[in-house]
Design a protein around this ligand. Structure first.
Ligand code: FAD
Length: 609
């Protein structure tokens, strides 16, 4: 077999979004030799698309805000299924992570007193999102990327990891102790441009690969979100938690068809936008759940007053958590009260001046002007739900980010537990910073402890991984990857979408089984140099694994909660409120088990009384 390119690191970070970059910086600062691999260009990760802001209880706008209130909002938003320890660490450490970003050069919008400005978002009791107009992700990435490059961290961009390698006596060249067996030894991948293979040896691997949105037809996610990290972890023996919870953001563009799904940031509602149906009714007042009644305005007058006087009025129902708003829009459209292109109307022009809108929401202004020929300073937008975020991910230790596979870590959207059944807006960027740092540090400490005892990746393992990757070139006249992707997206959109039933999910599982059979016959034309059809053929394997986890877990959870709504079980069930579902791979099949939630200590529990 031809020699392939090999590299050796203490910590290999897969993914260069906010989580990956923050992990890499932390690992480097802890003395590790760090490498970052990312399948797109550096700086182009999904994080760059984040608009609204970073949630952190800095108390710059509201003195009353503190980590306990942020913790409580996060748990309530997640319908109490979040891992309490992750939610606690996140709320406690987010303000320091934002300040640190500023020290590293990020330029945030300011309050009149010169502090970092914070804006309102759904589910957050106080204005809490540190932001840079509606381009916060860009500033976050720019800052972290500059720092990582300045520190000299090696980056392999446009390079895709397709397999994680573990240690075993038969598959390692050096002898490893029994204790080291089954640990992570590194990763295998290919350069997207040349198609050549590459191997990374590392005793600690951090997955920071983001989400799974490309399994759905309508999504705010970019081409990169094919669930690679989720599938790699599953295949390495880790478990995925909360996979039934997929967030459909209530406001994506619905028109024209070519841009369907592109995000309309929640900041539009935070800054004064209201939702109306085709009859002009501000329908969100009809959908306030009991759980949030005490803190939500019950009349248009009170909701309107809130924008000027937040102390003496309750929040408008447009700022309920995303799952509530997405379901309400879905119901309005289904009842025949939708907009001409199958959404509802979102109007900020009636409340704010054109100057205010262009200053606070510059990207939204340009997005609608250029893509839909709509001037949002003068007319309403048409919006509808779009698949946006996966709450489910690799089950990790909350303090260290390590999975059950020794040496395998996960941070950011690919990790599970932090957001429970539903993520609050702004809580992802803070999650990336808090857990990116923690995970990077712990991955570096663990690698340091293993310096004397490194496993390497054998030729045999490389041969097996290469053969698997090249299989689609060996089949003539087989399945077209684009057709299979289209069919997969239809299945997930139609049968495992916002509203689910047992019957539909059983059909979905049958269809997914047939798609799994079809991907064994994928064929691609041409050669290995920049071949998008081949890249998709490899991604499809991951998209299917993740889709199966979502469908199986969603079928198992016979209640409605957060980002999982069952038409056949519409109520929230207290028994399910004590259980998480974990997906594991058993041969080629995904198995689902019920596991009790970790016990929250009494002092935190008291915050909910
Ligand atoms: P990403 O930033 O997506 O990075 C993933 C990285 O992994 C990329 O570098 C990718 O190339 C790499 N990768 C993936 N697979 C492989 C592989 N097999 N091999 C090598 N590399 C791989 N959240 C907020 O908190 N506030 C907001 O205002 C906000 N706005 C948003 C707006 C939009 C339009 C969208 C889509 C999301 C928004 N979110 C927001 C959510 C948030 O942006 C994401 O959850 C977050 O950025 C994910 O970061 P990450 O580091 O986990 O992953």
């Amino acid at each position: 077999m031809a020699e392939i390119e090999r590299h050796s690191f203490d910590v290999l970070v897969v993914g260069a979004g906010g989580a990956g970059l923050r992990a890499a910086i932390a690992a480097h600062d802890a003395g590790a030799k760090v490498g970052i691999v990312c399948k797109s260009l550096l700086g182009k990760a999904h994080t760059v698309m984040a608009e609204g802001g970073i949630a952190a209880a800095m108390a710059n706008v509201w003195k009353e805000d503190n980590w306990q209130v942020h913790f409580r909002d996060t748990m309530r938003g997640g319908k109490m299924l979040n891992h309490w320890r992750m939610a606690q660490l996140h709320a406690q450490e987010a303000p320091d992570r934002v300040r640190e970003l500023e020290e590293w050069g990020a330029l945030f919008d300011r309050t009149p007193d010169g502090l970092i400005s914070q804006r309102d978002f759904g589910g957050h009791r106080y204005a809490r999102l540190a932001h840079v107009g509606d381009r916060t992700g860009l500033e976050l990435i720019r800052t972290l990327q500059q720092r990582a490059v300045a520190l000299g961290i090696e980056v392999f961009m446009e390079c895709t990891v397709t397999k994680l390698v573990k240690t075993s006596p038969s598959s390692t060249e050096k002898r490893v102790s029994a204790e080291s067996e089954g640990r992570i030894a590194g990763a295998f991948g290919y350069w997207r441009e040349s198609g050549r293979f590459i191997a990374f040896e590392a005793p600690s691997v951090v997955l920071a690969t983001g989400g799974i949105g490309k399994s759905y037809k309508v999504t705010s996610n970019s081409w990169e979100y094919t669930g690679d990290g989720h599938a790699l972890a599953l295949e390495a023996g880790a478990s995925l938690v909360n996979m039934e919870f997929v967030q459909f953001h209530p406001t994506g563009m619905v028109w024209p068809p070519s841009v369907k799904g592109i995000l309309v940031t929640e900041s539009v509602r935070g800054d004064g936008g209201v939702l109306r149906n085709s009859e002009g009714r501000r329908f969100m007042f009809d959908y306030i759940p009991e759980f949030f009644k005490a803190e939500t305005a019950d009349s248009e007058e009170e909701a309107d007053r809130w924008y000027e006087d937040k102390t003496n009025n309750r929040r408008p129902p447009e700022l309920l958590p995303r799952d509530e708003v997405a379901r309400a829009i879905n119901a309005e459209v289904k009842a025949g009260r939708g907009s001409p292109h199958g959404g509802v109307f979102l109007d900020i022009a009636a409340r704010r001046t054109p100057e205010y809108i262009r200053r606070r929401l510059p990207s939204m202004y340009h997005q609608f002007k250029e893509l839909a020929d709509v001037d949002i300073t003068a007319e309403p937008m048409e919006v509808g739900p779009t698949c946006h975020y996966v709450m489910g991910g690799v089950a990790v230790d909350p303090d260290t980010g390590e999975s059950v596979v020794p040496g395998l870590y996960a941070a950011g959207e690919v990790a599970g537990g932090m957001h429970g059944a539903n993520r609050l807006g702004g809580n992802s960027l803070s999650d990336l910073l808090v857990f990116g740092r923690r995970t990077g540090l712990n991955a570096a400490y663990a690698a340091g402890r293993r310096r004397e005892e490194r496993a390497s990746i054998t030729d045999e393992e490389i041969r097996a991984a290469s053969e698997h990757a090249l299989a689609p070139f060996g089949i003539e006249g087989g399945e077209n990857p684009y057709t299979v992707q289209h069919d997969l997206q239809e299945v997930m959109h139609n049968l495992v979408g916002i509203i689910r039933t047992a019957d539909e999910m059983e059909r979905a599982l049958t269809d997914l089984a047939s798609l799994r059979e079809r991907i064994t016959r994928l064929s691609v034309e041409g050669h290995r140099q920049y071949n998008p059809g081949w890249h998709l053929a490899l991604d499809l394997h991951n998209m299917l694994r993740v889709s199966e986890c979502i469908a199986r877990a969603a079928l198992e959870r016979t209640e409605s909660r957060g980002g999982h709504t069952r038409d056949d079980f519409p109520a929230t069930d207290d028994t399910w409120g004590t259980l998480n579902l974990h997906c594991r791979l058993d041969g080629e099949t995904v198995g689902v088990t019920r596991e009790p939630l970790p016990q929250m200590p009494d002092d935190l529990r008291e915050l909910f009384n």
